[in-house]
Design a protein. Sequence first.
Length: 376
Amino acid sequence: MLETFRQLYGSAEGARIYRAPGRVNLIGEHTDYTQGFVLPMALDLATHVAAVQSPDGMLRIYSEQRRELREFSAAGIAQSQPAHHWTDYPVGVAVELARAGFPVAPANLLICSSVPEGSGLSSSAALEVASALAFLSGRPIDPLELARLCQRAERNFVGMPCGIMDQYISVFGRLNSAVEIDCRSLGHRFVPLPESITFTAVNSMVKHALAGSAYKDRVAECAAAAESLGQPLRDLSPAQFESRAHELPAVVERRARHVVTENARVADFVDSSTRGDLARMGRLMVESHRSLQNDYEVSCQELDFLVDTALSIDGVYGSRMTGGGFGGCTVTMLRPDAMPNFQRQIESAYEARFQVTPRLYPCHPSAGAGEESTPR
Ligand code: GLA
Protein backbone atom coordinates (compact mmCIF):
# COMPACT_ATOMS: atom_id res chain seq x y z
CA MET A 1 0.00 0.00 0.00
CA LEU A 2 2.84 2.40 0.83
CA GLU A 3 4.40 1.75 -2.57
CA THR A 4 1.19 2.88 -4.27
CA PHE A 5 1.13 5.89 -1.94
CA ARG A 6 4.70 6.79 -2.99
CA GLN A 7 3.87 6.53 -6.66
CA LEU A 8 0.85 8.76 -6.18
CA TYR A 9 2.18 11.45 -3.91
CA GLY A 10 5.98 11.22 -4.33
CA SER A 11 6.76 10.15 -0.77
CA ALA A 12 5.13 8.07 1.95
CA GLU A 13 7.20 9.47 4.77
CA GLY A 14 5.23 9.74 7.99
CA ALA A 15 2.32 7.76 6.54
CA ARG A 16 -0.12 6.27 9.02
CA ILE A 17 -2.49 3.51 8.01
CA TYR A 18 -5.95 2.97 9.44
CA ARG A 19 -8.17 -0.07 8.98
CA ALA A 20 -11.93 -0.50 9.34
CA PRO A 21 -13.65 -3.83 8.66
CA GLY A 22 -16.79 -4.75 6.75
CA ARG A 23 -19.25 -7.05 8.46
CA VAL A 24 -21.62 -9.91 8.00
CA ASN A 25 -24.83 -9.87 9.99
CA LEU A 26 -25.71 -13.32 11.35
CA ILE A 27 -29.26 -12.44 12.42
CA GLY A 28 -31.31 -9.36 13.34
CA GLU A 29 -31.94 -7.83 9.92
CA HIS A 30 -33.73 -4.51 9.44
CA THR A 31 -34.16 -4.17 13.19
CA ASP A 32 -31.50 -1.57 13.99
CA TYR A 33 -33.47 1.52 12.94
CA THR A 34 -36.34 0.53 15.25
CA GLN A 35 -34.16 0.27 18.38
CA GLY A 36 -33.94 -3.51 18.07
CA PHE A 37 -31.24 -6.16 18.32
CA VAL A 38 -28.63 -7.28 15.79
CA LEU A 39 -25.84 -9.87 15.78
CA PRO A 40 -23.13 -8.98 13.27
CA MET A 41 -19.46 -9.85 13.23
CA ALA A 42 -16.62 -7.80 11.77
CA LEU A 43 -14.83 -9.45 8.84
CA ASP A 44 -11.23 -9.64 7.76
CA LEU A 45 -12.39 -7.88 4.58
CA ALA A 46 -11.57 -4.26 5.35
CA THR A 47 -10.91 -0.77 4.06
CA HIS A 48 -7.47 0.72 4.63
CA VAL A 49 -6.72 4.42 4.44
CA ALA A 50 -3.13 5.67 4.38
CA ALA A 51 -2.64 9.35 5.22
CA VAL A 52 0.12 11.94 5.37
CA GLN A 53 -0.44 15.54 6.45
CA SER A 54 0.10 17.94 3.57
CA PRO A 55 1.61 21.44 3.73
CA ASP A 56 -0.47 23.04 0.96
CA GLY A 57 -3.93 23.37 2.47
CA MET A 58 -5.44 20.67 0.25
CA LEU A 59 -7.18 17.45 1.10
CA ARG A 60 -6.55 14.84 -1.61
CA ILE A 61 -8.42 11.56 -1.65
CA TYR A 62 -7.46 8.78 -4.01
CA SER A 63 -9.47 5.58 -4.37
CA GLU A 64 -7.45 2.65 -5.64
CA GLN A 65 -10.61 0.82 -6.74
CA ARG A 66 -12.01 3.77 -8.68
CA ARG A 67 -8.57 4.94 -9.83
CA GLU A 68 -9.72 8.43 -9.13
CA LEU A 69 -8.20 11.40 -7.30
CA ARG A 70 -10.32 14.23 -5.89
CA GLU A 71 -9.06 17.44 -4.29
CA PHE A 72 -10.74 19.70 -1.77
CA SER A 73 -9.66 22.74 0.18
CA ALA A 74 -9.34 21.47 3.76
CA ALA A 75 -10.45 24.83 5.16
CA GLY A 76 -13.67 24.74 3.13
CA ILE A 77 -14.56 21.08 3.58
CA ALA A 78 -17.06 21.72 6.39
CA GLN A 79 -19.22 23.70 3.94
CA SER A 80 -19.27 20.93 1.29
CA GLN A 81 -22.45 19.82 -0.40
CA PRO A 82 -23.16 16.21 -1.48
CA ALA A 83 -21.85 15.44 -4.99
CA HIS A 84 -23.60 12.02 -5.40
CA HIS A 85 -20.20 10.47 -5.83
CA TRP A 86 -18.12 7.98 -3.80
CA THR A 87 -16.34 10.92 -2.14
CA ASP A 88 -19.60 11.75 -0.35
CA TYR A 89 -18.66 9.11 2.26
CA PRO A 90 -15.29 10.57 3.34
CA VAL A 91 -16.43 14.16 2.78
CA GLY A 92 -19.62 13.56 4.80
CA VAL A 93 -17.43 12.22 7.60
CA ALA A 94 -15.17 15.30 7.39
CA VAL A 95 -18.24 17.55 7.67
CA GLU A 96 -19.50 15.69 10.75
CA LEU A 97 -16.03 15.70 12.32
CA ALA A 98 -15.77 19.46 11.87
CA ARG A 99 -19.22 19.85 13.45
CA ALA A 100 -18.15 17.74 16.40
CA GLY A 101 -15.08 19.92 17.01
CA PHE A 102 -12.49 17.91 15.08
CA PRO A 103 -11.54 20.11 12.11
CA VAL A 104 -9.92 18.19 9.28
CA ALA A 105 -6.31 19.06 8.49
CA PRO A 106 -4.84 19.18 4.96
CA ALA A 107 -3.67 15.69 3.98
CA ASN A 108 -3.04 13.22 1.18
CA LEU A 109 -5.09 10.03 1.45
CA LEU A 110 -5.05 6.68 -0.30
CA ILE A 111 -8.03 4.34 0.06
CA CYS A 112 -7.72 0.59 -0.62
CA SER A 113 -10.54 -1.82 0.15
CA SER A 114 -11.15 -5.54 0.05
CA VAL A 115 -14.83 -5.16 1.01
CA PRO A 116 -16.81 -5.76 -2.19
CA GLU A 117 -19.05 -2.78 -2.98
CA GLY A 118 -22.82 -3.14 -3.09
CA SER A 119 -22.61 -6.64 -1.66
CA GLY A 120 -24.34 -6.12 1.68
CA LEU A 121 -21.05 -6.51 3.58
CA SER A 122 -20.98 -2.86 4.54
CA SER A 123 -18.33 -1.32 2.36
CA SER A 124 -19.82 2.12 3.10
CA ALA A 125 -19.39 1.94 6.86
CA ALA A 126 -15.86 0.55 6.45
CA LEU A 127 -14.99 3.54 4.26
CA GLU A 128 -16.58 5.99 6.67
CA VAL A 129 -14.87 4.64 9.77
CA ALA A 130 -11.43 4.25 8.14
CA SER A 131 -11.69 7.81 6.74
CA ALA A 132 -12.72 9.18 10.13
CA LEU A 133 -9.68 7.60 11.78
CA ALA A 134 -7.42 8.98 9.05
CA PHE A 135 -8.87 12.49 9.46
CA LEU A 136 -8.53 12.25 13.23
CA SER A 137 -4.92 11.19 12.74
CA GLY A 138 -4.48 9.94 16.29
CA ARG A 139 -6.69 12.49 18.05
CA PRO A 140 -8.66 10.48 20.66
CA ILE A 141 -12.41 10.03 20.22
CA ASP A 142 -14.93 8.02 22.17
CA PRO A 143 -15.58 4.84 20.10
CA LEU A 144 -19.36 5.16 20.35
CA GLU A 145 -19.15 8.78 19.24
CA LEU A 146 -17.01 7.64 16.30
CA ALA A 147 -19.67 5.12 15.20
CA ARG A 148 -22.51 7.63 15.64
CA LEU A 149 -20.66 10.34 13.80
CA CYS A 150 -20.11 8.04 10.81
CA GLN A 151 -23.78 7.06 10.89
CA ARG A 152 -24.72 10.77 10.84
CA ALA A 153 -22.44 11.27 7.82
CA GLU A 154 -24.35 8.56 5.95
CA ARG A 155 -27.76 9.84 7.02
CA ASN A 156 -27.16 13.57 6.62
CA PHE A 157 -24.70 13.74 3.72
CA VAL A 158 -25.16 10.56 1.69
CA GLY A 159 -28.91 10.66 2.34
CA MET A 160 -29.36 7.03 3.40
CA PRO A 161 -31.46 6.78 6.61
CA CYS A 162 -29.47 3.79 7.92
CA GLY A 163 -29.41 2.36 11.42
CA ILE A 164 -26.31 2.12 13.59
CA MET A 165 -25.34 -1.54 13.01
CA ASP A 166 -22.72 -1.20 10.27
CA GLN A 167 -20.70 1.65 11.74
CA TYR A 168 -21.00 0.18 15.24
CA ILE A 169 -19.65 -3.26 14.35
CA SER A 170 -16.88 -1.73 12.26
CA VAL A 171 -15.73 0.08 15.41
CA PHE A 172 -16.54 -2.54 18.06
CA GLY A 173 -15.77 -5.81 16.22
CA ARG A 174 -13.94 -8.45 18.23
CA LEU A 175 -11.63 -11.27 17.12
CA ASN A 176 -13.40 -14.66 17.28
CA SER A 177 -16.70 -13.18 18.43
CA ALA A 178 -20.01 -12.03 17.08
CA VAL A 179 -21.36 -8.89 18.77
CA GLU A 180 -24.93 -8.55 19.96
CA ILE A 181 -25.88 -4.89 19.81
CA ASP A 182 -28.82 -3.34 21.59
CA CYS A 183 -29.68 -0.52 19.20
CA ARG A 184 -31.56 1.43 21.89
CA SER A 185 -29.06 1.45 24.75
CA LEU A 186 -26.19 1.22 22.22
CA GLY A 187 -24.54 -1.29 24.52
CA HIS A 188 -23.23 -4.64 23.32
CA ARG A 189 -22.05 -8.04 24.46
CA PHE A 190 -19.64 -10.40 22.79
CA VAL A 191 -21.09 -13.72 21.68
CA PRO A 192 -18.49 -16.43 21.11
CA LEU A 193 -19.64 -18.87 18.44
CA PRO A 194 -19.46 -22.67 18.69
CA GLU A 195 -16.13 -23.95 17.35
CA SER A 196 -17.69 -26.76 15.37
CA ILE A 197 -19.26 -24.41 12.83
CA THR A 198 -18.17 -21.82 10.34
CA PHE A 199 -19.91 -19.14 8.32
CA THR A 200 -19.49 -18.12 4.72
CA ALA A 201 -20.95 -15.26 2.74
CA VAL A 202 -22.01 -15.96 -0.84
CA ASN A 203 -22.26 -13.00 -3.19
CA SER A 204 -25.18 -13.15 -5.61
CA MET A 205 -23.26 -10.55 -7.65
CA VAL A 206 -26.52 -8.56 -7.86
CA LYS A 207 -25.61 -5.08 -6.68
CA HIS A 208 -28.14 -3.75 -4.25
CA ALA A 209 -29.19 -0.14 -4.52
CA LEU A 210 -30.03 0.66 -0.92
CA ALA A 211 -30.17 4.41 -1.25
CA GLY A 212 -33.21 3.66 -3.42
CA SER A 213 -36.63 4.23 -2.06
CA ALA A 214 -37.27 0.70 -0.72
CA TYR A 215 -35.08 1.12 2.37
CA LYS A 216 -36.66 4.49 3.11
CA ASP A 217 -40.12 2.97 2.67
CA ARG A 218 -39.34 0.25 5.21
CA VAL A 219 -38.06 2.81 7.70
CA ALA A 220 -41.27 4.82 7.26
CA GLU A 221 -43.53 1.75 7.51
CA CYS A 222 -41.89 0.69 10.78
CA ALA A 223 -42.23 4.20 12.18
CA ALA A 224 -45.93 4.14 11.24
CA ALA A 225 -46.38 0.78 13.01
CA ALA A 226 -44.73 2.00 16.21
CA GLU A 227 -46.79 5.19 16.08
CA SER A 228 -50.11 3.30 15.67
CA LEU A 229 -49.25 0.80 18.40
CA GLY A 230 -48.05 3.55 20.70
CA GLN A 231 -44.76 1.84 21.54
CA PRO A 232 -41.42 0.90 20.00
CA LEU A 233 -41.61 -2.44 18.14
CA ARG A 234 -38.77 -3.80 20.17
CA ASP A 235 -40.89 -3.64 23.33
CA LEU A 236 -43.47 -6.07 21.91
CA SER A 237 -43.20 -9.85 22.21
CA PRO A 238 -44.53 -11.81 19.22
CA ALA A 239 -47.62 -12.77 21.28
CA GLN A 240 -48.32 -9.18 22.33
CA PHE A 241 -47.90 -8.10 18.73
CA GLU A 242 -50.31 -10.72 17.40
CA SER A 243 -53.02 -9.60 19.79
CA ARG A 244 -52.88 -6.10 18.27
CA ALA A 245 -51.78 -6.82 14.70
CA HIS A 246 -55.30 -6.27 13.33
CA GLU A 247 -55.00 -2.57 14.25
CA LEU A 248 -52.47 -2.06 11.45
CA PRO A 249 -52.95 -1.74 7.67
CA ALA A 250 -51.95 -5.01 5.91
CA VAL A 251 -48.53 -4.01 4.57
CA VAL A 252 -47.47 -2.24 7.76
CA GLU A 253 -48.64 -5.28 9.74
CA ARG A 254 -46.34 -7.59 7.78
CA ARG A 255 -43.35 -5.25 8.11
CA ALA A 256 -43.89 -4.96 11.86
CA ARG A 257 -44.34 -8.72 12.21
CA HIS A 258 -40.93 -9.24 10.66
CA VAL A 259 -39.29 -6.82 13.06
CA VAL A 260 -40.98 -8.20 16.18
CA THR A 261 -40.26 -11.84 15.34
CA GLU A 262 -36.72 -11.02 14.19
CA ASN A 263 -35.89 -9.40 17.53
CA ALA A 264 -37.10 -12.56 19.27
CA ARG A 265 -34.96 -14.67 16.92
CA VAL A 266 -31.81 -12.74 17.86
CA ALA A 267 -32.29 -13.58 21.54
CA ASP A 268 -33.07 -17.19 20.68
CA PHE A 269 -30.03 -17.47 18.39
CA VAL A 270 -27.67 -16.11 21.05
CA ASP A 271 -29.16 -18.52 23.56
CA SER A 272 -28.89 -21.46 21.19
CA SER A 273 -25.30 -20.53 20.39
CA THR A 274 -24.43 -20.50 24.09
CA ARG A 275 -26.03 -23.92 24.49
CA GLY A 276 -24.37 -25.24 21.34
CA ASP A 277 -27.75 -26.03 19.76
CA LEU A 278 -26.55 -25.86 16.16
CA ALA A 279 -29.72 -27.21 14.59
CA ARG A 280 -31.79 -24.50 16.24
CA MET A 281 -29.35 -21.75 15.19
CA GLY A 282 -29.70 -22.96 11.61
CA ARG A 283 -33.51 -23.06 11.80
CA LEU A 284 -33.61 -19.51 13.14
CA MET A 285 -31.52 -18.30 10.20
CA VAL A 286 -33.94 -19.87 7.77
CA GLU A 287 -36.96 -18.41 9.60
CA SER A 288 -35.26 -15.03 9.43
CA HIS A 289 -34.83 -15.39 5.69
CA ARG A 290 -38.46 -16.42 5.12
CA SER A 291 -39.61 -13.45 7.15
CA LEU A 292 -37.41 -11.07 5.11
CA GLN A 293 -38.61 -12.73 1.92
CA ASN A 294 -42.35 -12.81 2.63
CA ASP A 295 -43.16 -10.22 5.30
CA TYR A 296 -40.44 -7.63 4.81
CA GLU A 297 -40.07 -8.19 1.04
CA VAL A 298 -36.41 -7.21 0.75
CA SER A 299 -35.08 -10.40 -0.84
CA CYS A 300 -34.85 -11.22 -4.55
CA GLN A 301 -34.91 -14.41 -6.64
CA GLU A 302 -31.11 -14.75 -6.67
CA LEU A 303 -30.88 -14.58 -2.85
CA ASP A 304 -33.81 -16.99 -2.46
CA PHE A 305 -32.13 -19.39 -4.86
CA LEU A 306 -28.83 -19.23 -2.95
CA VAL A 307 -30.61 -19.93 0.34
CA ASP A 308 -32.72 -22.78 -1.03
CA THR A 309 -29.72 -24.35 -2.75
CA ALA A 310 -27.54 -24.00 0.38
CA LEU A 311 -30.17 -25.81 2.43
CA SER A 312 -30.01 -28.81 0.09
CA ILE A 313 -26.23 -29.21 0.56
CA ASP A 314 -24.75 -31.63 3.09
CA GLY A 315 -23.31 -30.06 6.24
CA VAL A 316 -25.35 -26.84 6.05
CA TYR A 317 -27.28 -25.81 9.17
CA GLY A 318 -28.90 -22.64 7.93
CA SER A 319 -28.73 -19.81 5.45
CA ARG A 320 -30.25 -16.35 4.97
CA MET A 321 -29.79 -13.09 3.16
CA THR A 322 -27.60 -10.62 5.03
CA GLY A 323 -27.53 -6.82 5.00
CA GLY A 324 -30.06 -4.52 3.39
CA GLY A 325 -31.19 -6.99 0.72
CA PHE A 326 -32.35 -6.67 -2.92
CA GLY A 327 -29.11 -8.39 -3.91
CA GLY A 328 -25.75 -8.66 -2.20
CA CYS A 329 -24.86 -11.68 -0.08
CA THR A 330 -26.34 -14.57 1.81
CA VAL A 331 -24.68 -15.94 4.95
CA THR A 332 -24.59 -19.69 5.49
CA MET A 333 -23.75 -21.63 8.64
CA LEU A 334 -22.07 -24.98 7.99
CA ARG A 335 -19.63 -27.61 9.17
CA PRO A 336 -16.07 -26.53 8.33
CA ASP A 337 -15.32 -29.81 6.55
CA ALA A 338 -18.37 -29.29 4.31
CA MET A 339 -16.91 -26.09 2.83
CA PRO A 340 -15.17 -27.45 -0.32
CA ASN A 341 -18.23 -29.42 -1.40
CA PHE A 342 -20.52 -26.51 -0.51
CA GLN A 343 -18.49 -24.17 -2.69
CA ARG A 344 -18.54 -26.56 -5.66
CA GLN A 345 -22.24 -27.21 -5.46
CA ILE A 346 -23.42 -23.66 -4.87
CA GLU A 347 -21.24 -22.36 -7.69
CA SER A 348 -22.38 -24.89 -10.23
CA ALA A 349 -26.08 -24.57 -9.33
CA TYR A 350 -25.95 -20.76 -9.46
CA GLU A 351 -24.02 -20.73 -12.73
CA ALA A 352 -26.52 -23.11 -14.30
CA ARG A 353 -29.44 -20.94 -13.20
CA PHE A 354 -28.09 -17.39 -13.65
CA GLN A 355 -24.95 -17.76 -15.83
CA VAL A 356 -22.95 -15.92 -13.15
CA THR A 357 -20.32 -17.29 -10.75
CA PRO A 358 -21.10 -16.29 -7.16
CA ARG A 359 -18.14 -15.29 -4.98
CA LEU A 360 -17.62 -16.86 -1.59
CA TYR A 361 -16.07 -15.11 1.40
CA PRO A 362 -15.27 -17.31 4.41
CA CYS A 363 -16.25 -15.26 7.48
CA HIS A 364 -13.68 -15.01 10.28
CA PRO A 365 -14.80 -12.77 13.15
CA SER A 366 -12.24 -9.98 13.26
CA ALA A 367 -11.23 -7.01 15.38
CA GLY A 368 -12.79 -3.58 15.00
CA ALA A 369 -11.23 -0.49 13.45
CA GLY A 370 -7.91 1.01 14.46
CA GLU A 371 -4.50 2.13 13.38
CA GLU A 372 -2.31 -0.53 11.81
CA SER A 373 0.85 -1.00 13.84
CA THR A 374 3.21 -1.95 11.03
CA PRO A 375 3.00 0.15 7.88
CA ARG A 376 3.00 -1.99 4.74
C1 GLA B 1 -28.06 -1.61 5.90
C2 GLA B 1 -28.06 -0.48 6.92
C3 GLA B 1 -28.10 -1.03 8.34
C4 GLA B 1 -29.22 -2.05 8.52
C5 GLA B 1 -29.18 -3.09 7.41
C6 GLA B 1 -30.34 -4.04 7.47
O1 GLA B 1 -26.86 -2.34 5.99
O2 GLA B 1 -26.92 0.34 6.78
O3 GLA B 1 -28.23 0.03 9.27
O4 GLA B 1 -30.45 -1.43 8.58
O5 GLA B 1 -29.16 -2.49 6.12
O6 GLA B 1 -30.29 -4.83 8.62
